[in-house]
Design a protein around this ligand. Structure first.
Ligand SMILES: [Zn+2]
Length: 60
Protein backbone atom coordinates (compact mmCIF):
# COMPACT_ATOMS: atom_id res chain seq x y z
CA UNK A 1 0.00 0.00 0.00
CA UNK A 2 1.26 3.39 -0.90
CA UNK A 3 0.55 6.34 1.29
CA UNK A 4 0.84 9.57 -0.52
CA UNK A 5 0.03 12.36 1.80
CA UNK A 6 0.41 15.62 0.07
CA UNK A 7 -1.00 18.35 2.15
CA UNK A 8 -1.23 21.94 1.22
CA UNK A 9 -1.99 24.48 3.85
CA UNK A 10 -3.62 27.63 2.68
CA UNK A 11 -3.72 30.50 5.09
CA UNK A 12 -6.47 33.07 5.05
CA UNK A 13 -6.92 36.41 6.67
CA UNK A 14 -10.36 37.69 7.59
CA UNK A 15 -10.72 41.43 7.81
CA UNK A 16 -13.67 43.16 9.38
CA UNK A 17 -14.71 46.75 9.04
CA UNK A 18 -15.64 48.16 12.48
CA UNK A 19 -17.77 50.79 10.81
CA UNK A 20 -20.10 48.75 8.61
CA UNK A 21 -19.24 45.26 9.94
CA UNK A 22 -18.51 43.80 6.53
CA UNK A 23 -16.24 40.81 6.46
CA UNK A 24 -13.70 40.21 3.80
CA UNK A 25 -11.65 37.06 3.38
CA UNK A 26 -8.42 37.16 1.48
CA UNK A 27 -5.25 35.19 1.19
CA UNK A 28 -2.90 35.58 4.11
CA UNK A 29 0.05 37.75 3.35
CA UNK A 30 3.33 38.01 5.16
CA UNK A 31 3.19 40.47 8.05
CA UNK A 32 -0.50 40.10 8.82
CA UNK A 33 -1.07 40.43 12.55
CA UNK A 34 -4.32 39.96 14.45
CA UNK A 35 -6.26 43.15 15.25
CA UNK A 36 -3.96 45.23 13.11
CA UNK A 37 -5.55 47.80 10.83
CA UNK A 38 -5.38 46.27 7.41
CA UNK A 39 -6.85 47.97 4.39
CA UNK A 40 -9.49 50.42 3.27
CA UNK A 41 -13.01 49.05 3.41
CA UNK A 42 -14.53 48.65 -0.03
CA UNK A 43 -18.04 49.41 1.24
CA UNK A 44 -17.51 52.54 3.29
CA UNK A 45 -14.65 54.85 4.23
CA UNK A 46 -13.66 52.76 7.24
CA UNK A 47 -10.45 50.84 7.68
CA UNK A 48 -10.71 47.10 8.14
CA UNK A 49 -9.03 45.33 11.01
CA UNK A 50 -7.69 41.81 10.86
CA UNK A 51 -10.09 39.72 12.88
CA UNK A 52 -8.99 36.21 12.18
CA UNK A 53 -6.15 34.30 10.61
CA UNK A 54 -6.61 30.66 9.89
CA UNK A 55 -5.35 27.86 7.73
CA UNK A 56 -7.14 25.19 5.80
CA UNK A 57 -5.55 21.90 4.92
CA UNK A 58 -6.19 20.47 1.52
CA UNK A 59 -5.38 16.87 0.84
CA UNK A 60 -4.71 15.85 -2.69
ZN1 LIG B 1 -16.91 49.50 6.01
Amino acid sequence: MIFSKEETILAYTVERCPKCNKLNRRDFSEGDVLFMPSSDCSFCDGITVIEKIYGEIFQK
